[in-house]
Design a protein around this ligand. Structure first.
Ligand SMILES: Nc1ncnc2c1ncn2[C@@H]1O[C@H](COP(=O)(O)OP(=O)(O)OP(=O)(O)O)[C@@H](O)[C@H]1O
Ligand SMILES: O=C(O)c1ccc[n+]([C@@H]2O[C@H](COP(=O)([O-])O)[C@@H](O)[C@H]2O)c1
Length: 192
């Protein structure tokens, strides 16, 4: 059976933390591939500064050149609020011969009790957890917490940096940085 990790996110923008967590999950648990899946409407998050199409394109640019990283555009094509239970159920129906894992960071681990139909979701998918600075990683749900370097980096920090004209080099892939500049996302004031 093919083992596929889904890294669901808002990716506003995607950053090195996402690439590192995908790579660590891939190698620690013997996944065949990791699919980065941008949501359409994030269930628990206000999203501003970039459209769903921008976030999808930046996710494509972020994984470019990495053999085992793909982009899953299922939730963007589906539209509406992206509840993980609904998505995973449909992915399993679409690919019955694939074993799916859902990769989440520390903040998401703590948020699991608030997810839509979490008890049902926990029965149909396994979670792989990545530690994130500032979170306890305690949960009643079965999460396979893997050893990984912890990175104090978030999309929020990057959006703030761009708005203030600060540097985001080495924190996002070069192609993502170029896209943010070209599209003038996040109140970008760069003058090239
Ligand atoms: N530095 C990090 N360490 C561990 N997990 C992370 C890190 N950054 C993001 N994640 C995880 O990646 C998934 C997708 O994250 P998301 O796209 O919302 O990025 P974010 O940096 O948390 O965004 P924002 O700052 O806008 O809330 C979530 O499960 C989140 O917990
Ligand atoms: O299904 C839910 O209720 C739910 C609640 C919060 C987050 N999620 C999903 O978890 C992933 C990470 O969420 P976020 O908000 O950190 O980008 C992303 O795929 C979200 O759609 C899902």
């Amino acid at each position: 059976m093919k083992k596929v990790g889904i890294l669901g996110g808002t990716f506003n923008p995607p950053h090195l933390g996402h690439l590192i967590m995908a790579n660590e999950a891939l190698h620690s648990t013997g996944l065949d591939e990791v699919r980065f899946m941008p949501n359409y409407i994030a269930p628990h998050k206000e999203v501003s500064g970039a459209t769903a199409a921008h976030r999808l394109e930046m996710t494509r640019l972020a994984v470019m050149g990495h053999d085992k990283f793909q982009v899953e555009d299922f939730e963007i094509r589906q539209g509406g609020v992206s509840y993980t239970f609904d998505t995973v159920k449909k992915l399993i129906e679409r690919e019955p011969d694939t074993e799916f894992y859902f990769i989440i960071g520390g903040d998401s681990i703590e948020g699991l009790p608030t997810w839509y139909r979490i008890d049902d979701l926990a029965k149909i998918i396994r979670f792989i957890g990545i530690r994130r600075p500032g979170y306890l990683h305690d949960t009643i749900y079965p999460v396979l917490l893997i050893d990984s370097p912890e990175l104090h980096l978030s999309s929020t920090m990057l959006r703030d940096r761009v708005a203030e004209g600060g540097t985001i080099s080495f924190l996002v892939p070069e192609k993502v940085e170029a896209f943010i500049r070209k599209e003038r996302l996040y109140g970008s004031k760069y003058d090239d």
